[in-house]
Design a binder for this molecule. Structure first.
Ligand SMILES: [Zn+2]
Length: 142
């Protein structure tokens, strides 16, 4: 079987917000803040024939920044996206993934994953399934 390759580009950014985890029995039920770090990774197979890049890193960072602006210095629980579900790292990763996917539609890349970390040692990733195993995140409660 012939192997085929592809490129992955990853950018990092961060934002600072407050949240509280409703119904959580512990310290995180109280209002508190984090300096969240975020990584977004796109994949693609076609390089720009003139420049030789998959996508301009600067544009990828700009797209991620546009999404993070909607979260930065906010009380996340008050945003409409997090009225019914807690703004946990998992939920934030899916939120960033969905919003960033839309912004990337005009580029020849596919958003592969978004990682959100409340601190360096705890991180949640929301990612596209591409290994033939169906994703359960959207259908588990259906
Ligand atoms: Zn927290």
């Amino acid at each position: 079987m012939a192997l085929t390759g592809r490129w992955r580009l990853k950018v990092r950014s961060d934002f600072s917000s407050a949240h509280q985890l409703r119904h959580y029995k512990g310290k995180c039920e109280a209002l508190h803040g984090h300096n969240f770090s975020v990584e977004a990774e796109v994949i693609g197979t076609t390089l720009d024939p003139v420049i030789g890049y998959l996508m301009d890193f600067k544009e990828l960072k700009n797209c991620l920044q546009q999404v993070l602006e909607t979260l930065d210095h906010k009380f996340l629980n008050e945003l409409s996206a997090f009225q019914k579900i807690n703004p946990t790292s998992e939920v934030l990763a899916r939120y960033v993934f969905d919003a960033l996917s839309t912004l990337l539609l005009e580029y020849p890349v596919t958003l592969h994953s978004v990682m959100v970390a409340e601190k360096g040692s705890s991180m949640a990733t929301y990612e596209l399934y591409d290994d033939g195993i169906p994703g359960g995140a959207e259908v588990a409660g259906a």
